[in-house]
Ligand binder design. Sequence first.
Ligand code: AP5
Ligand code: MG
Length: 186
Amino acid sequence: MRIVFVGPPGSGKGTQSQRLKDDIGVVHLSTGEMLREALYAGTSLGIRAAQFADVGKLVPDEVVLGIVVDRLEQSDCIQGCLFDGFPRTLAQAEALDGILAERGMPLDLVLALQVPDEQIFKRLAARGRADDKPETIKERLHQYRDLTAPLLEYYLRRGILRQIDGVGTEEEVFARVQQAVLPARH
Ligand code: AP5
Ligand code: MG
C-alpha cells in the first residue's frame, strides 16, 4: 500500500505514521526527518535545506524530489510506503504521480489530519524543536495554507482523500486512521 499523510505542522503526521507503519508493515518516509538527518550528517544538501526549514519555509521542490527519488530506489519500498509530509506542493504531487505511475504502483490513500491552529501552537511549543518558535510556526502554517492545502482538492478529485479529525488522544486519532485505511486493506 502507498499512503500519504498530509496536514499542518504538528497535526500528528509523524506520530500516526509510526503507529500505522507497524500496523500495515510498510516503510515510513518522512521528508522532514530525512532533511534533518542530512543536516546532522553535515551534507551540503542538509545545510542548504536548513536555510529554508529554520525560517519555516518549504525547501525547494527539486531538493526534496531528489531525496525522495533516491529513497524510492531502495528495495524495501516495494512492500509499500507511508509518505509523511510529502508531497507538499502541487509540483511534488504531480512528480510523485509520475514516479509511481512508471512503476505501476499508484497511491491508494491520502489521509488529511485536521487540527485547529491553537492546538498546533500548544503541541509544538511543548515539543521545542529548532523550528518550533512561535514566529516560525506561524510561517509554517502560512506555507501549509498557501502551498500544501491545494493538494486536498487535487486528491479529493481523484477520490482517494480521507479527512481525519486529528484532535483527541494519540490512540483516539489512530483508531480513526485505522478506520479510514480499513477499506483499502481488503
Ligand atoms: P516536517 O518535519 O515534516 O515538519 P512539519 O510538517 O512542519 O510538522 P511536524 O513534523 O512538526 O509535525 P507532525 O505533523 O509530524 O506532528 P508530530 O507527530 O510530530 O518538516 C520540517 C521542515 O522540513 C518543513 O518546514 C520544510 O522546511 C521541510 N520539508 C519537509 N518536507 C518537505 C517537503 N515535502 N517539501 C518542502 N519542504 C519540506 O506531532 C507534533 C507534536 O504533537 C509532538 O510533540 C507530538 O508528541 C504531539 N502530538 C501528536 N499527536 C498528538 C495528539 N493527538 N495529542 C496531543 N499531542 C500530540
Ligand atoms: Mg513530522
